[in-house]
Design a protein around this ligand. Structure first.
Ligand SMILES: [Zn+2]
Length: 291
C-alpha cells in the first residue's frame, strides 16, 4: 500500500488493477477492488482497521476492477448506469464461479476457498448510479465522479480536488501494454483531454505506477499509433483476418511490456485490438460517407 496523497493510497503490486482509496474524516472511499479474492479480504481488513469503508466506486466493467466487489458485501457500490447493465456479463465472461474456482487451483491456490464462499455472493454490482457525473461529498473531501468513455463505454474517472489526484482506471496504462480490445479510440483521446483539464497533479492509472499529466501525451500517442496502423489496412481494403496473417510489430505501436501476470494474453490481445479497431474505423468511414 503506497501513500500517493495526504489521505490517498494505492496498491500497484497486486495481480489485477491498482485498487485505491481515500480516507476522509467520515470514513473510506475505495476506487476499484482487488482481483484476487485473498488480496480482497486482506485489503478489506487492512482498510477497516483505519476507518469504516463507506463507498466503493468502480471505474469500469473489466474483471480486474469489479470481481473483488464480492468481498465488500456491506459496502455501497457506485458506478455508471451502463456499468450496472453489463456487470454480470463481464463478471461471468470467463466462466461460472465453480469454473473459476477450478481454474484458481492452478492460478491462485490461496484464494480457492473464497470462490463461492457463503459470506460473499459473487455479484455485487453498483446500486448508486450516475449518468454524466456525480458529486459525492464525504467528511472533509468531495469526490467528482465523471463519465469518461474510452477504454470501455462506462469508463469513469474519480477526481478528488482536496488531494490533487485523479483515479482514471484504464484510460491510463502507465508504461505497461495498453488494452484497446473494446475501446472507442476517439472517445479515449477526448477523455485524455478531459483528464488534462482537471486541476490534479497526480494520476493514478488503472495499471502501472502513479504518474503526472505529462504521460497523457504518451498515452494518446499509443492510441493514435494503433489507429493509424489499422487504418492503413482498412484503406487498402484488407480485412482484419488478412491483416492478422502478416507479421505485426506490437512494440512499434506500444513500446511497453505486458504486465501483471497477463503474459498469456499477449497474442490474443493484439488480435482483439486489430479486430476492434478495424471494425470501428470501418463503421466511422461508413457513417462519414453516408452524411
Ligand atoms: Zn484493468
Amino acid at each position: 500500500m503506497r501513500r500517493v496523497g495526504k489521505n490517498s493510497f494505492t496498491e500497484v503490486y497486486f495481480a489485477g488493477c491498482n485498487p485505491s482509496f481515500v480516507e476522509t474524516s467520515d470514513g473510506i472511499v475505495m476506487i476499484d477492488s482487488p482481483q484476487q479474492p485473498i488480496d480482497a479480504v486482506r485489503w478489506r481488513e487492512r482498510l477497516e482497521e483505519k476507518a469504516p469503508i463507506r463507498y466503493l466506486i468502480n471505474t469500469e466493467p473489466h474483471l480486474d476492477h469489479i470481481s473483488g466487489n464480492a468481498y465488500f458485501p456491506k459496502v455501497e457500490v457506485i458506478g455508471h448506469e451502463k456499468l450496472k447493465e453489463c456487470f454480470e456479463d463481464y463478471l461471468y465472461a470467463f466462466g461460472t464461479v465453480e469454473e473459476r474456482r477450478e481454474a484458481a487451483k492452478e492460478t491462485d491456490p490461496d484464494s480457492v476457498w473464497l470462490f463461492g464462499h457463503p459470506d460473499y455472493p459473487p455479484s455485487h454490482p453498483p446500486t448508486t448510479l450516475f449518468g454524466d457525473r456525480m458529486r459525492l461529498p464525504l467528511g472533509n473531501h468531495s469526490f467528482e465522479i465523471i463519465h469518461m468513455p474510452g477504454h470501455t463505454a462506462p469508463q469513469t474517472s474519480v477526481y478528488v480536488p482536496e488531494e490533487g489526484i485523479v483515479f482514471t482506471g484504464d484510460n491510463v496504462f502507465y508504461k505497461c501494454r495498453s488494452w484497446l480490445q473494446e475501446c472507442d479510440p476517439w472517445e479515449w483521446l477526448q477523455a485524455l483531454d478531459s483528464i488534462r483539464a482537471l486541476d490534479a497533479e497526480v494520476i493514478i492509472p488503472g495499471h502501472g505506477e502513479p504518474c503526472g499529466k505529462d504521460y497523457l501525451t504518451r498515452q494518446g500517442e499509443i492510441v493514435e499509433n494503433w489507429v493509424g496502423f489499422v487504418e492503413r489496412f482498412v484503406e487498402r481494403g484488407v480485412s482484419a483476418e488478412e491483416a492478422l496473417q502478416q507479421p505485426i510489430s506490437v512494440t512499434r505501436q506500444d513500446p511497453y511490456p505486458i504486465g501483471q501476470r497477463l503474459f498469456q494474453y499477449d497474442g490474443m490481445l493484439t488480435e482483439m485490438i486489430v479486430k476492434n479497431l478495424h471494425r470501428r474505423i470501418r463503421e466511422r468511414k461508413e457513417r462519414a460517407a453516408a452524411q
